[in-house]
Design a protein around this ligand. Structure first.
Ligand code: HH2
Length: 250
């Protein structure tokens, strides 16, 4: 399992918004700590977050991507906007991570033309509306079926390499998140993001995201057991250390 370090270049992300005085240094540090990828994002997708103008998002992420890519770092661009994805790829990004799984009508074409892999994440609605849409009869079946439908469209547009993400915390309540984590599929490449998320706070009684590291690591071990390909984390060093011990014991 590879680790993907989260680098939010936003003023309002739920956990690390506004904290990186020097985002390039923060990205390089996560690589030194064991991250194989750095996921650069310029728009918060936390529940209820306000959308960002595309020009503003681009101005936030492109200089950081260029600086890190020039230093040989493998960059993923976390965006819902095809224009931002295109500019990020031009600046050196090698993976597109789209929490809307290609809702922008131009997204699949941009990714296909660039020939880079894409992460399709499950969500319903938008970050502003999603929590009201967290109603499922069979969350596991519905989430993976909805992702399969997005994958069909992505492949039809010419994208050949896909990763799948059940979208923990996106239009999901606690029981939905837990059901999806229990039933992670072993038959396809999965990218998972659970780091410091609200459901961990619900289980441990922690409102402050930075107090959710231990719970995040518990899920990291579950992800490793389930064969997850890439785990998206804030706490690279702590997660890498925990996994190293788990690997040795196993
Ligand atoms: N979670 C967040 C953002 N992007 N991408 C994928 N593929 N999977 C996730 O679970 C995921 C994601 C939300 O976390 P974060 O980036 O820390 O916060 P914010 O959206 O507030 O910037």
């Amino acid at each position: 399992m590879r680790l993907m370090g989260i680098l939010n270049v936003t003023p309002d992300s739920f956990s690390d918004g506004g904290v990186h005085a020097d985002p390039v240094a923060a990205g390089l540090r996560m690589v030194a700590e064991g991250a194989a990828w750095i996921d650069v994002g310029g728009e918060s997708t936390r529940p209820g977050a306000a959308p960002v103008e595309e020009a503003e998002e681009r101005a936030r992420v492109i200089p950081v991507i260029r600086a890190l890519a020039d230093r040989g770092v493998s960059i993923s661009i976390d965006t819902r906007h095809a224009g931002v994805a295109a500019a990020a790829i031009e600046a050196g990004a090698r993976l597109v991570n789209d929490v809307s799984a290609g809702a922008d009508p131009d997204m699949f074409a941009v990714v296909a033309r660039a020939g880079v892999p894409m992460v399709l994440m499950h969500m319903r609605g938008t970050p502003a509306t999603m929590q009201a849409l967290a109603a499922y009869d069979d969350v596991v079946a519905e989430v993976w079926a909805e992702l399969d439908e997005r994958a069909r469209l992505a492949r039809a547009a010419g994208i050949t390499e896909l990763l799948f993400d059940p979208g923990i915390g996106f239009a999901k309540r606690l029981e939905h998140n837990l059901a999806l984590l229990r039933a992670l599929p072993g038959d396809r490449p999965v990218l998972l993001g659970v780091s410091r998320k609200r459901f961990i706070g619900e289980l441990t009684g922690q409102d402050v995201p930075a107090e959710r590291v231990e719970g995040s690591i518990a899920v990291a071990i579950r992800a490793r057991e389930a064969g997850v390909a890439i785990l998206r984390v804030h706490d690279v060093l702590a997660t890498a250390r925990a996994l190293r011990v788990w690997e040795a014991v196993r």
